[in-house]
Design a protein around this ligand. Structure first.
Ligand SMILES: *Cc1c(COP(=O)(O)O)cnc(C)c1O
Length: 392
């Protein structure tokens, strides 16, 4: 790994060139590799060298470029790319855990993450304890010497609550548990998770890394030991590897990742400031605002408020729908980290299936809107949001 700064790594790290010396990263759309002799086939299966590929489910030159680039960015020794964020979350846990193991997880999770912890792992005899992530006393009370891992999203969806990575890592490490962080909302640009004690960092690369809502992908970043001895055997045999085509798109996306995330975060702050104090909104939630209860933690943990702004239209669901239907620039959808600004109504879409009691607990009110801020001009976005608010 080089000691280049972020933007240099994002453009060059991990690049490999074929004998043609191509400038752009090549896409190797090949599932297999031809061996010069039976002896060299035998030698590759013994795994004599790192870049000796044998089958694309195990590894591929384009995929490897992407893995090396993201590992260098995150500051981990290694990474393994997966077919989706969920394939990455699932593998990060399932590869590690056995019947009888104990996991502690925060409660406020992306629905599919909750399914893996609540339904899949428990089906195979893993014990899972859920805690309110920001409440450190609950983490302290939940971990035991048998706790193998803790899992949490460092910023929750959709109410943008932060979990203190450093503090939870200290609690987890005291009992020898591995700290696995789903860091999507923090983005790899604002992530300092490794330095704060995270052992394994998982991204849905579908979000900011692709950045244009085209491809589904995921990645698990961690130590060489964890990635190659724990994760890889599980991941390569169970079939969730990334497509080389997606890895190639992600390599291209990464060249602009720093510029994009910073531009989105700057606009998110401007939008949050413009919305704060609007009498039609009962709350504006953005960790970059001084009014956010965890503003200091957000600055210490990410140095940014991130790229999402959540706000609550006081008049409720019908008003929220009128607002969304009146938007001219922002699109109604449910992805995030896209170049296009996206408005989501969590109560009726992403979090629709949660029982009311759970929605109340997570603060998912009928008027709540989650805005993933894109790359449009911030003033245009503010004007769009304001005119749409006039329709409620
Ligand atoms: C989107 C998302 C995922 C799942 O990623 P996919 O690429 O859709 O599989 C997991 N965790 C978080 C926090 C997400 O936002």
């Amino acid at each position: 790994m080089t000691d280049w700064k972020t933007r240099t790594k994002l453009v060059h790290e991990g690049s490999r060139r074929s004998q043609y010396g191509e400038m752009a990263e090549a896409i190797f759309l090949t599932q297999g590799f031809a061996y010069e002799s039976a002896e060299s086939a035998e030698a590759r299966f013994i795994k004599t060298g790192e870049d000796e590929f044998i089958y694309a489910r195990y590894g591929n030159p384009t995929t490897r470029m992407f893995e090396e680039r993201i590992a260098a960015l995150e500051g981990t020794e290694d990474a393994f790319a997966m077919a989706s964020g969920m394939a990455a979350v699932n593998a990060s846990l399932t590869a590690l855990l056995r019947a009888g193991d104990h996991v502690v997880s925060s409660r406020a999770l992306f629905g599919s993450c909750l399914y893996i912890l609540e339904e899949v792992l428990t089906r195979y005899g893993v014990k899972v304890t859920f805690v309110d992530g920001p409440d450190l006393d609950q983490w302290r009370a939940a971990v035991t010497p048998g706790t193998k891992a803790v899992f949490f999203e460092s910023m929750s969806n959709p109410t943008l609550e932060l979990i203190d990575i450093r503090a939870v890592a200290e609690i987890a490490h005291a009992v020898g548990a591995l700290v696995i962080v789903d860091n999507v909302f923090a983005t790899p640009i604002f992530s300092r998770a490794v330095e704060q004690g995270a052992d394994v960092i998982v991204y849905s690369t579908t979000k900011h890394i692709d950045g244009q809502g085209r491809a589904l992908g995921g990645v698990v970043c961690g130590s060489k030991d964890y990635i190659r001895k724990v994760l890889e055997p599980y991941a390569k045999h169970t079939g969730g590897s990334i497509s080389p085509f997606t890895a190639w798109m992600h390599l291209n996306g990464m060249a602009t990742l720093d510029l994009r995330c910073r531009a989105m975060a700057d606009s998110a702050l401007k939008i949050a400031r413009a919305l704060e104090g609007d009498a039609r909104l009962s709350r504006v939630i953005f960790p970059g605002l001084e009014s956010h209860p965890q503003h200091a933690l957000a600055m210490a943990q990410m140095g940014s408020g991130g790229t999402l702004v959540t706000f609550d239209i006081a008049a409720g669901k019908e008003a929220a729908f009128r607002f969304m239907n009146a938007l001219e620039i922002a699109k109604i959808s449910n992805n995030l980290g896209d170049a296009k600004t996206i408005a989501t109504h969590p109560a009726t879409t992403t979090h629709q299936r949660l029982p009311q009691e759970q929605k109340d607990k997570l603060g998912i009110t009928p008027g709540l809107i989650r805005l993933s801020v894109g790359l449009e001009d911030a003033d245009d976005l503010i004007a769009d949001l304001k005119q749409a608010l006039d329709h409620i």
